[in-house]
Design a protein around this ligand. Structure first.
Ligand code: HEM
Ligand code: HEM
Length: 143
């Protein structure tokens, strides 16, 4: 059971790199003046799937850790950074959804959305490192 959350989150984080790569094309043409093809539909579909996986995986991680150790927050940094991601995911999702449903020229919202995307990637990198430490210390030997 303790391997399900890490597997989901690893997959979501790999997918997020792809989504960010798609979004980066838009960033280049909108802010850096470099002509790039932005695959709008792919970005939106994979972005929604990725954020859904991250959010679902977060809840599963909370539940699995509590089920195994009967407390919340035992993992320290991993727990708090996970909660921070839980706060940033809706920002990325809602701004993305808004820009997808009402299309027009914007400056602030794409930047907020991109900032949330970059931040999520950075936080996921922290989660990957701290998560691997938890796996090697607590899960690998007890499973
Ligand atoms: C990407 C690699 C990741 C690995 C290897 C990993 C690993 C782990 C492990 C081994 C646990 C203990 C419970 C369990 O095994 O189910 C755990 C718990 C948890 N994880 Fe992850 N995780 C990763 C990513 C994430 C991400 C991206 C988030 C947030 C979106 C997250 C949020 C949490 C939370 C909130 C807990 C509960 C911690 C607690 O109550 O102390 N993890 N993780
Ligand atoms: C892992 C999740 C995501 C990441 C890392 C991400 C990243 C990005 C980045 C870097 C941009 C370029 C913004 C700019 O030009 O400043 C962008 C644009 C955009 N994203 Fe996302 N995104 C994610 C999820 C989503 C989701 C879930 C949606 C829709 C529901 C979405 C819809 C859009 C749209 C419509 C644009 C174009 C905005 C415009 O220039 O008008 N994104 N995204």
């Amino acid at each position: 059971m303790l391997w399900v959350h890490p597997s989901i989150q690893l997959l979501a984080t790999i997918l997020a790199m792809y989504v960010l790569r798609l979004g980066w094309k838009r960033f280049c043409s909108a802010h850096l003046g470099i002509k790039c093809l932005f695959r709008w539909k792919d970005h939106v579909q994979w972005g929604q799937f990725t954020l859904g996986l991250w959010a679902g995986g977060l809840l599963l991680g909370l539940w699995a850790a509590h089920w195994e150790w009967s407390v919340y927050g035992l993992t320290g940094t991993h727990f708090w950074v996970g909660l921070a991601m839980g706060a940033v995911i809706p920002v990325s999702f809602l701004t993305g959804l808004r820009m997808d449903s009402i299309k027009k020229r914007r400056t602030i919202m794409p930047l907020v959305h991109a900032g949330a995307g970059f931040l999520l990637m950075a936080l996921a990198a922290v989660e990957l490192i701290t998560g691997l430490v938890i796996l090697s210390r607590f899960v690998a030997f007890s499973a």
